[in-house]
Write a protein that binds this ligand. Structure first.
Ligand SMILES: [Zn+2]
Length: 670
């Protein structure tokens, strides 16, 4: 069922296998999700964007053993690759879930138990193909050889046919219910072609699904039968529930469930469009609105993957250009349902032609003329003439179409619309030749009109590009003399003539320098060698991306201009509230950190605080202090922190200012 246009929007990526080295495929999915999340926010919806990592299974256990670490410590080390990449690509998930988080494991066990109690899970015998040296069951989709055996895809050796005790999910009982759902919601799977694939697979008959293993130790134990661990799909898919607060944050869960879209690669369609809705039907939970299977990026017509040896390192593509050209290219080049072939030539061509020429030049010459002819502040313009009104009308038509495309996830079409309008503005400037008008003193009001129209066009384009190129859009926004964050703008309010007269524009700095293909490829190859050396040294930082939350962390931020003063508006953005501590426990393996459950009046939250060297957990229970309530959630040592408490910090010691008087939890501090 489609939700109303302003309903909360919940978008997910698959959780990535933590052992993988992130490549362009991971980046693509996450960039699409980040773009849609940013778009929906600017379109006036409350948004939750979830990504994360799948951290259980034999491969993690094995890699950890090879490095002399326990699996959790290994995961802590390698998960940083994903944190770092999302930061580098300007992707800002609302939460990063790791399947080793305690609330996830508890949630999975609870759902398992429920289905077991109601008979949707039962114990039986699993017959499958097992690779003895790799200690690994082959997945069911691996085809049989001519002699009836199966070959292990990891090592190429013959697998053995074995059987073991396992728990099954009664998938066969949900065949008709799934078909009924597909018929009632034909947009449950998108693009439409993928719906047909799924329907015919289910019509072909569903077998019950083995969902536990006794051979895999590193996993969520089956409740009451710990010789079994819960197998990957039943564990991993439930992140979409636990990550939004299932069984631990009823307010958030109630607001955002069910998901608006699960964004996935088409190779995991069956798991998301068949198994997952069957699990949810069994649990009695509403189904997601949509499972969207995007295409793959191919290199030389082959799927990009570790086993193909053609992995593209996103860092090479962003190290000199920043994240926006890559974000633009991936979303512009191919409609998201189809496969695309990646070539460096194609990438550089788009950067030079679309970004440097069309958009970059438009911004730079318009604002340079505003600077040269009007010292940055355009004079009162002449009344509009027909061609000036036309550009305004083109903008409003383009906005309507671009928003419709964004809303249906047709991001390449949205960009086509926006670029067609950029061409119109460029032509308008060429036709009206402001550099000629500038030479005739009597035509100053006309000159002002032409530059105003061009700048207003740039302003509109910038807003519509902000979800795709957030960094560059913010830069242009500031060139235009706008204040605040462009992402705070709402598309409902976006009109062509919102550009205020009298606004002072700035001298632009280059946005998208032209790139020389040969030099770019040479540079890329060099850095790749350096990176490979880094891999062998294994110099991944062990500390998760978020820094411990203490006031000291604030002061280490770059100072605000003008002697470190902040404006009143900047201060007013901080939401400071009185928190009442309900529970406090130590964070395992981190001697400085406490995990606190706090009451904020209207809701309960969990925060992590670096005060354990001064305060024992029991000293804090019942206490009241100030927290920053609107800080972006962060994951610290694998624990989510939804806010930050204020404390004085000197060396290892900290002192929390407590409230002596009886203020209610949630009271605002100003
Ligand atoms: Zn093998």
């Amino acid at each position: 069922m489609e939700k109303t246009s302003k309903a909360p929007f919940y978008i997910t990526t698959p959780i990535y296998y933590v052992n993988d080295v992130p490549h362009i495929g991971h980046a693509y999915t996450t960039i699409i999700a980040d773009t849609l999340a940013r778009f929906m926010k600017m379109n006036g919806r409350e948004v939750f964007f979830l990504t994360g990592t799948d951290e259980h299974g034999q491969k993690v256990e094995k890699a950890a053993a090879e490095h002399g670490l326990d699996p959790r410590a290994w995961a802590d080390r390698v998960v940083v690759r994903f944190y770092d990449l999302w930061k580098a690509l300007n992707c800002e998930p609302d939460f990063f879930i790791r399947t080793t988080m305690e609330f996830h494991e508890k949630g999975v066990q609870k759902l398992f138990q429920k289905l077991l109690d109601q008979g949707d899970i039962y114990k039986g015998e699993y017959k499958g193909w097992y690779c003895v040296p790799d200690e690994n069951f082959l997945t069911d989709d691996i085809p049989q050889e001519k002699d009836g055996t199966k070959i292990c895809p990891d090592c190429g050796r013959k697998a053995a046919s074995v059987s073991e005790e396992t728990y099954f999910f009664r998938l066969s009982a949900y065949q008709q219910k799934l078909l009924d759902h597909y018929a009632a919601c034909p947009r449950f799977v998108r693009p439409a072609g993928r719906m047909n694939e799924v329907t015919s697979f289910v019509r072909g008959g569903l077998k019950d699904l083995s969902i536990t293993r006794t051979t895999v130790k590193w996993g969520v134990p089956v409740p009451g039968d710990p010789a079994h661990t819960i197998y990957v799909w039943f564990d991993a898919l439930h992140n979409y529930l636990t990550g939004i607060g299932y069984d631990w944050d009823p307010v958030r869960f109630g607001k955002f469930w069910p998901p608006s879209v699960h964004l996935i690669g088409k190779d995991i369609l069956r798991f998301h469009a068949v198994f997952w809705p069957a699990f949810l039907l069994a649990s009695g939970l509403p189904l997601p609105d949509c499972v969207f299977g995007h295409g793959w990026w191919l290199k030389d017509e082959a799927k990009i993957s570790k086993s193909m040896g053609n992995v593209l390192d996103p860092y090479i593509l962003i190290q000199t250009l920043g994240p926006d050209p890559l974000r633009y290219f991936l979303l512009r080049e191919v409609p998201i349902g189809l496969d695309g072939n990646f070539s460096h030539e194609g990438f550089i061509h788009r950067v030079n032609s679309d970004l440097a020429n069309d958009l970059g030049n438009l911004v730079s010459r318009t604002l340079t003329m505003v600077g040269n002819y009007f010292q940055g502040t355009i004079d009162p313009p002449s009344p509009e003439e027909t061609q000036d009104i036309q550009i305004q009308e083109s903008f409003m038509a383009m906005k309507k179409n671009a928003l419709a495309h964004y809303n249906s996830y047709a991001l390449s079409k949205a960009l086509e619309e926006i670029w067609a309008f950029i061409t119109i503005v460029n032509k308008y400037l060429a036709d009206n030749a402001p550099w000629k008008l500038a030479k005739a003193p009597g035509l100053r009001p006309r000159l002002a009109r032409v530059l105003y129209q061009a700048a207003a066009g740039i302003r509109g384009v910038t807003a519509l590009l902000a979800p795709i190129m957030p960094g560059s859009a913010q830069k242009i926004w500031e060139f235009l003399g706008e204040s605040g964050m462009i992402q705070d703008l709402r598309f409902d309010d976006l009109a062509f003539d919102d550009l205020r007269l009298g606004q002072t524009m700035k001298e632009p700095t280059p946005l998208f320098p032209r790139v020389d293909l040969k030099a770019f490829l040479a540079e890329g190859a060099k850095s790749k060698e350096e990176k490979i050396m880094d891999e062998t040294k294994n110099e991944h930082t062990i500390e998760p991306a978020a820094t411990p939350v203490t006031p000291a962390a604030i002061s280490s931020d770059p100072p605000a201009p003008k002697k470190n003063l902040i404006t009143y508006d900047e201060f007013a953005k901080l939401e400071l509230r009185v928190a009442h501590v309900l529970e406090a426990v130590k964070v395992e393996g981190a001697k400085k950190l406490l995990k606190l459950k706090i009451n904020l009046g209207t809701e309960q939250r969990q925060i992590v605080a670096g005060v354990a060297e001064t305060y024992a957990p029991e000293q804090l229970v019942g206490k009241k202090f100030i927290v920053i309530a609107n800080l972006q959630p962060a994951v610290i040592r694998g624990v989510e922190s939804q806010g930050m408490l204020l404390a004085a910090v000197a060396g290892d010691k900290s002192a929390i200012p407590f409230f002596e008087s009886d203020v209610p939890a949630g009271t605002k501090v100003k």
